[in-house]
Design a protein around this ligand. Structure first.
Ligand code: GCB
Length: 618
């Protein structure tokens, strides 16, 4: 583990060196990141002792990156915004956090202040906090997610940089904190990058800011930083996996207990810092959508103790079937963006997660595709509790720079962070590596590398991607060579919206080159809630409902269809969708409006799901 994180540090420095920063080449990051410890991902932070740093932070928009570069575009060496504040009696400088307006954290800046609606650039955030050091404890600064790049300082000392807008990072600050008042400064930059993941084009709003919870996490000197416990594939009663202890010596004992099963297992740490487990359980109740049974799992190692609520289930593929706990299952799904119901902006709290996943249940679905990036951990936690199966993906979306090794490294990093955060969640059954990427040999190689890495990091789940469809008249062909590397073939199609009429679905023939399970990962069309006319009139609820009727009939004819996730549960903001009076910068393919109003198509799909009128598991 240690080795792996060191090599990631080297990679990260390499990415920054390659990609530069905002307008100025010779980036600030280049000059300093070599001395920084690489941030890591602490698992299960929501079950740790934490001190929340959520709340109001002072903020300064910095479109010219003044805090990072001097007037000649050279990296600043004088400390500047990162110093947080002027000392009393010090030289006057041209900023003052204390007089600067606040933004709420977590939260995107775009929907909090009108002038920031379209803002893309750097925002400096500052917060004071009190702390009392505790002997024998280590402290990590935790950010649930900040979009897209982050640079963080505590008490004027740089602690980390992180790239990627949807995954968490943790950086140790034990030696920097002092008793009394401390301060943290983070520059968050949501500038879209040609060599970013995602890249310049997306069909969602580029919400900037510290969009998820921020906290200080306290752990003992030796602590459980990662673990993976799961039901062994093919079994119904063997739990296996490992626990990694940071900072501990070989031979240190680790105990895993599940009191409700009267289990108390001990193993000792190997040279790789992991203790391995494999044990039989008596009367284990398996986790499933019908019975989302979670057990309290307690891991103890030295001074550290970590609890989790975990479900145990297996997921496999047999021929064209998807097996959950050995039995074929059909995934009645829906896609979701991390858009907040009612208020819009990034979703970040329990109410958002609850509203979204309760709608999923109301729809009669048992499956969600969390598009197009890892969502807040609340979503996968709640999916665990509600018994909703999850497809989780990284934003390798459309045409990223597949020929750029630095971009591959970024994708691998985000994949790693997503898997590490969520691999102990029973709800997550599919990891997806890409969405609608153009088919070229370089891209196939890139994505095969990601598929292999996914299996290396987590051999217990299925690997998927949302592919594009080729057409020969009304014959639709899925033969993307990436399919060879996938367990489940996902594909998106928009018959009746971007091509043809909804009725043309009836005459469509599907040719799928792989004898594997298929999930139609997207289909749909826009409708503005409350707009009514006949079914041939675009943007109306009737048009969308009609499209769903024809789609459902067509999809039922695909022999190996084992799931579907229409696009999308709720309308979401997108800068690509300006049409006044209809879109107003929203993608309107939601079955529910951004204000929670259900459109006709919601009820069409609900009926099909509730009556089991769609798809077969066998
Ligand atoms: C797609 C994309 C999705 C878009 C959707 C649309 O194929 O995967 O991100 O939002 O189509 O509405 O066009």
């Amino acid at each position: 583990m240690m080795l792996a994180s060191c090599s990631r540090c080297v990679l990260r420095c390499f990415w920054f060196a390659l990609s530069g920063f905002v307008a100025a080449p010779g980036a600030y990051a280049q000059g300093t990141s070599a001395n920084l410890s690489s941030p890591m991902v602490l698992v299960n932070v929501d079950h740790r002792q934490t001190i929340s740093l959520n709340g109001d932070w002072h903020t300064i928009p910095d479109p010219y990156a003044t805090g990072l570069y001097n007037f000649h575009g050279e990296p600043r060496t004088d400390g500047y915004f990162m110093n947080g504040k002027q000392e009393p009696g010090g030289e006057p400088v041209e900023y003052d956090f204390r007089k600067s307006p606040t933004l709420h954290v977590p939260g995107d800046w775009n929907t909090q202040r009108e002038s920031l609606f379209f803002y893309e650039g750097i925002m400096w955030y500052e917060k004071d906090f009190s702390y009392v050091r505790k002997p024998g404890m280590r402290v990590f600064f935790h950010v649930g997610a900040a979009n897209y790049r982050s640079y963080a300082w505590v008490n004027g000392q740089k602690i980390c940089e992180h790239e990627g807008g949807f995954t968490p990072f943790d950086s140790e600050v034990t030696s920097i904190l002092k008793d009394g008042v401390n301060f943290v400064v983070i520059a968050v930059d949501n500038t879209r990058l040609a060599d970013g993941i995602p890249t310049l084009q997306t069909d969602w709003w580029n919400y900037g800011g510290i969009t998820r919870d921020v906290s200080l996490v306290e752990v003992p000197e030796q602590f459980i930083d990662d673990f993976d416990l799961h039901l062994q594939r093919g079994s119904k009663n063997v739990i296996e996996g490992w626990v990694h202890l940071e900072g501990a010596a070989n031979g240190t004992e680790i105990t895993v207990s599940i009191p409700e099963l009267n289990l108390n297992e001990t193993a000792s740490l190997g040279t790789d810092g992991r203790a391995r487990f494999q044990f039989q359980t008596g009367n284990l109740e398996l986790w499933s959508p019908q019975h989302p049974r979670l057990y309290r799992v307690r891991i103890r190692a030295g001074q550290d103790e970590l609890e989790d609520e975990m479900g145990f289930r297996t997921v496999e593929v047999r021929g064209t079937q998807i097996l959950l706990n050995g039995s074929p299952i059909f995934l009645r799904g829906i896609c979701i963006h991390a858009e907040a119901p009612y208020r819009t902006g990034r979703a970040y709290n329990d109410t958002d997660a609850n509203t979204l996943l309760r709608w999923v249940q109301e729809l009669g679905a048992n499956f969600v595709r969390l598009a197009h990036y890892p969502h807040d951990q609340r979503m996968t936690r709640l999916a665990d509790r509600l018994g909703i199966l999850v497809w989780s993906e990284i934003p390798v979306y459309w045409a990223v720079q597949f020929d750029n090794p630095a971009v591959l490294a970024k994708a691998e990093q985000q994949l790693h962070e997503m898997i590490r955060r969520d691999r102990n969640k029973a709800s997550v059954v599919l990891w997806s590596v890409a969405n609608e990427t153009p088919v070229t040999p370089t891209r196939v190689q890139f994505l095969k590398t990601l598929a292999a890495k996914t299996r290396e990091e987590d051999p217990t789940r299925l690997v998927a991607a949302a592919l594009l469809v080729r057409a020969d008249g009304m014959t639709k062909i899925i033969d993307d060579p990436l399919g060879e590397a996938l367990d489940v073939i996902g594909f998106n199609e928009y018959i009746g919206w971007y091509e043809h009429k909804p009725e043309d679905a009836d005459n469509t023939v599907w040719k799928i080159a792989y004898d594997k399970p298929v999930i139609v990962s997207e289909f749909g069309g826009d409708a503005k809630y409350g707009l009514h006319d006949d079914a041939d009139t675009r943007w109306t609820e009737e048009y969308q409902a009609n499209l769903y009727r024809h789609q459902l009939r067509m999809l039922n004819g695909i022999r190996q269809l084992r799931g579907m996730s229409p696009w999308i549960l709720m309308d979401f903001r997108s800068p690509r969708r300006p049409l006044p009076g209809i879109q107003d910068y929203f993608n309107r393919k939601g079955l529910i409006s951004d204000q929670g109003e259900k459109k006709e198509a919601f009820y069409i799909l609900q009926k099909a799901y509730r009556e089991g009128a769609i798809g077969t598991a066998e």
